[in-house]
Design a protein around this ligand. Structure first.
Ligand SMILES: C[S@@+](CC[C@H](N)C(=O)[O-])C[C@H]1O[C@@H](n2cnc3c(N)ncnc32)[C@H](O)[C@@H]1O
Length: 621
């Protein structure tokens, strides 16, 4: 769902209420709540009428107030005590003049850093625009050429389009400066946003700041609030150790903890679990809810990151987390700390793209009791497509290239050229299922994390739950299903695992498709058929990651196989050889690739030629 926040800056009561009331009337017509920043020094002389008006609007959820400082100065240039005074004095002025409290903070000129945000938080502000909305895109419809400061629909549309119509938009306005035509234009902008599928919200409801009144506060909510406050206050120290700690991990912890807690009972996870392992735990938002379901549980939180682990361990040592949390700063796949066959639940969210799947599965098989659950949240290929659009939206050409190439490489792996990306990051559920089957896990549930984005209806993350079944062994695979199963393993990029598992199996030697996949993986296929020799040669070059040679080999082959041509084009892109990539790509008929892949390949060729505009146009067509 696309959401928009109407951020109104610079409200001063001593400007009078006329313009404010005009804006309210327009917003009421569009059912758009107002998120308004008040300047403390402008609130002198509050009157009964303003108090009544504001109370009514706030009560009806048509208005939220945030603190925009007292003197509207650049907070990053002031010392701690002055920043604290600016915030506190504005809150007091607001309470006196408007009989209402600001619920958050927004920095003058949008100039903010973690220190300022921390101080605002210490002064009771539930959010700071500049740090609490990491994915937000702040746009103003106010036309700055020729500097008249009035909203302008056409210009606004251009700006939103340029940002690829993001899922969350913050529309920043200054109605105190508007003429009549400014109000007419904002009316048109709001109509247009609604037509684009945007629904309006406030920061309070987006971050759940006010809904606490309607939703029961759980023990987990209290734990999260306590930890979040503690970590936010030390975020500036932590940030110097780990860049973006506060804005990435902390905001994920804050934003996702409650939805994760609410999701767990609806999936096939084991809520009463005694032994839970959170792999690549970050700040533990997946492992910690299990304490609410069973306060006697033991949760092992594994992460290789020093800062995340020490942050969690400190919270445990200070008894902020009063449960049996065991923080392990270690690689999960090689740890010997866990009890063999003693674990009930393993959660691995957004981390499998860093961890080799077979090594993960081997360890999971070793520690899981019969009936244990594995819960995964993994990126889908829509995540990569979205990543390209996001990068183009922020004019980051090299990032766009990288994301497009990452996705294309994975498509090439599906044709058997495993060397293109030894560790695939966006396995389909079927591919994941194939690999985990080899280790005795059966797919038992799937879900879509509702808090993540989707691209044209395709979710960017997918959730799966597996159950350990002691009876599930490779021997239970019927002979007739084996060749298909082995192909799936190879397409998942796990041809080496197939080699290992089926080393003794000569029975599938007549399946040419399987042997083609194996030849392409570069494995020294013992039963190599002469017609696969060239496949094997290409596979060997891919496995050696000699992409220039791969591209040359395909170019000189005159092959019209779309699989070879895609491999050649992607290899050329990997070597930044846009001309060869385009030549090979142009030989693939659109119908021979999935439409999304075909478009992405063409777009990647444009990107290799630094034509971001053409790439954007193509991807949005
Ligand atoms: C994107 S974060 C995910 C954090 C959290 N699970 C979440 O959903 O927000 C991935 C984490 O995996 C950790 N990680 C990477 N390789 C790991 C390994 N072999 N064992 C344990 N943790 C690992 C990283 O340090 C990182 O904190």
């Amino acid at each position: 769902m696309k959401q928009v926040i109407l951020k109104v800056d610079d409200f001063r009561l001593n400007d009078g209420l006329t313009k404010f009331e005009k804006l309210v009337a327009i917003c009421e017509r569009h059912s758009v709540p107002i998120s308004m920043g008040v300047i403390g020094a402008g609130l002198k002389g509050g009157r009964f009428r303003s108090q009544q008006l504001f109370a009514q609007l706030i009560q009806a959820d048509k208005l939220e107030l945030w603190n925009h400082s007292f003197n509207h100065r650049d907070m990053t240039e002031l010392d701690d005590a002055t920043v604290a005074w600016e915030v506190a004095a504005t809150t007091t002025a607001c309470e006196q003049a408007l009989a209402a409290r600001p619920i958050g903070f927004g920095a003058p000129f949008n100039r903010c850093d973690d220190r300022v945000a921390r101080i605002a938080h210490e002064q009771g502000m539930g959010f700071t625009f500049e740090v609490s909305l990491p994915r937000a895109v702040v746009l103003t419809p106010e036309y700055n050429v020729p500097f008249d400061g009035q909203p302008n629909l056409i210009e606004f549309q251009r700006r939103v389009e340029r940002k690829q119509r993001p899922d969350l938009l913050v529309v920043q306005i200054h109605p105190g400066r508007w003429l009549t035509r400014g109000f007419d234009e904002i009316d048109a902008c709001l109509t247009w946003l609604r037509d684009q599928g945007y629904s309006a919200t406030t920061v309070g409801s987006l971050l759940n700041l006010q809904s606490g009144a309607t939703k029961a506060v759980t023990a987990h909510d209290m734990l999260v609030a306590k930890l979040h406050d503690r970590w936010l206050s030390s975020a500036s120290v932590l940030d110097s150790k780990l860049r973006n700690f506060s804005s990435y991990f902390l905001s994920r912890f804050r934003a996702n903890s409650r939805p994760i807690r609410e999701l767990l009972p609806s999936i096939d996870a084991d809520l009463g679990a005694r032994n839970v392992v959170d792999v690549g735990c970050g700040l533990g938002q997946w492992g910690l809810p299990f304490f609410e379901f069973n306060k006697d549980a033991t949760v092992w939180a594994f992460d290789t990151n020093t800062v995340l682990c020490s942050t969690l361990a400190e919270a445990r040592a200070e008894r902020l987390i009063p449960y049996d949390l065991r923080v392990e700063q270690a690689d999960f796949t090689t740890s010997t700390k866990l009890p063999a066959k003693g674990v009930d639940v393993v959660v691995c969210a957004n981390a499998l793209n860093y961890i080799p799947l077979a090594a993960f599965a081997r360890q999971a098989q070793h520690i899981a009791r019969d009936g244990a659950k594995l819960v995964f949240v993994n990126q889908t290929s829509a995540f990569n497509h979205q990543g390209v659009l996001d990068a183009l939206g922020s004019s980051n050409l090299s990032m766009a290239k990288e994301r497009a190439l990452a996705e294309l490489r994975q498509q090439v792996v599906r044709y058997g050229f495993a060397g293109f990306t030894p560790n695939r990051t966006t396995l389909t559920d079927a591919e994941l299922e194939a690999v985990l089957f080899a280790f005795g896990f059966q797919l038992s549930d799937d879900f879509t994390p509702p808090w993540e984005r989707s691209l044209a209806g395709s979710p960017t993350f997918s959730g799966t739950v597996f159950t350990r079944r002691a009876w599930l062994t490779l021997a239970s695979l019927p002979d007739s299903a084996r060749p298909e199963y082995r192909k799936l393993l190879c397409r998942a990029g796990h041809s080496a695992l197939d080699d290992e598992l089926f080393a003794a199996s000569g029975m599938d030697s007549d399946d040419l498709t399987l042997w083609r996949l194996k030849a392409r993986s570069g494995s020294p296929a013992p039963m190599l058929v002469p017609e696969l020799e060239r496949e094997h040669e290409l596979g060997r070059l891919s496995d050696a990651r000699d992409f220039a040679a791969v591209a040359r080999f395909v170019m000189s082959s005159d092959s019209d196989s779309p699989e070879w041509l895609l491999a050649g084009a992607v290899a050329a892109l990997a070597g930044e050889d846009g001309a060869t990539a385009r030549q090979l790509a142009s030989r693939i008929a659109p119908a021979e690739l999935a439409p999304k892949t075909h478009r992405l390949l063409q777009a990647a060729c444009y990107l290799a030629e630094s034509d971001a505009r053409a790439a954007s146009a193509l991807l949005q067509s």
